[in-house]
Design a protein around this ligand. Sequence first.
Ligand code: GLY
Length: 363
Amino acid sequence: MPEFLVTTPTNRYPAIVERGCLRSLAAHLPKGAGKVFVVTEWDVWQLHQGPVMDSLAGHPHQVLFLPGGEPNKRLAPLEALAGQMLAGGADRTSVVVAFGGGIVNDMGGFLAAMYMRGIPVIQAPTTLLAQVDASVGGKTGVNLAGGKNLIGAFHQPLAVLIDPAVVDTLPEREYRAGLYEIIKCGIIGDAPLFDLLESSRNDVLARQSEVVDRIIGDSVRLKAEVVSADEREGGLRRVLNLGHTFGHALEAETGYGRFLHGEAVAWGMRAATRLALDAGLLAAAEAKRMDACIESYGPIPSLAGIGAEAIAARLSLDKKTRQGRVHFVLPEAVGRVRITADIAPALALEAIRFALDGAALTQ
Ligand code: GLY
């Protein structure tokens, strides 16, 4: 069973990638655990509740529902759920199971971080994007109107249970949105993974199980290594934000409703690739290769009507901006990135314009 250990100053836990692993959920509860609160969304619950219900059958539990959707990734629904937990008898021995996509993982994790100043959480991601990114590493939080994930906490889980079989039921668009995060993993630190995504595109898109297990496992291994080296994003962990600085600005500018997170990251990676090329950090052939791979897993929704200046203005609201200086993660080659704040604003604006003009990527 592929199991990747995440070791941070606050916790040490396994990220398990295995078909059927949700059946072992109860085995990851701590000794003496009280009532379990499964935080999920209605559609996820309808599709995948079986193994979770089976595993928790002998343990007191309650299911709580989030409204779903990026526009609802706000503090208010969490206050409502905390009230339901209190009414349901949650105390400091209770455990949250965050069972759903990236939004549920982030919000369920944050609920656990806040409830009675912190109770444990188990992450059980059900989208590809959540499996390879959101569920591993303890980042939790919600959006403000002004920006993505601007309130939150680091709260490492007890375990991450990743069942690659659940991605079979994902809508095509959601699946591809997750694949962009896997392309990101290839670019930042796993050239063989990137090669595989290039060479096995048809199998990947057909969700052929062997290749799906491999690309999820490779991405989770990389993420576990990065988080273990730098839990609080003081240094190395910032590489995971390739495409995110631009992507978060795009999501905020479009009200969080037009692009899935992974699609915004795909667009952001194109902007970052162009910026790296213009800044002389990346060879033209490598830039072309990255662009081609990102495009080959498209399309994303139309970028029409979005202003480059408005996106550029939002970059300064990013969490990685320090004292007004935007820090960019830029590719130097497939498998290697650099973090730099040494970028002229005019160059960043040009890269945004180029990416907004990305007809090949959009539908
Ligand atoms: N999603 C980026 C990180 O976990 O650091």
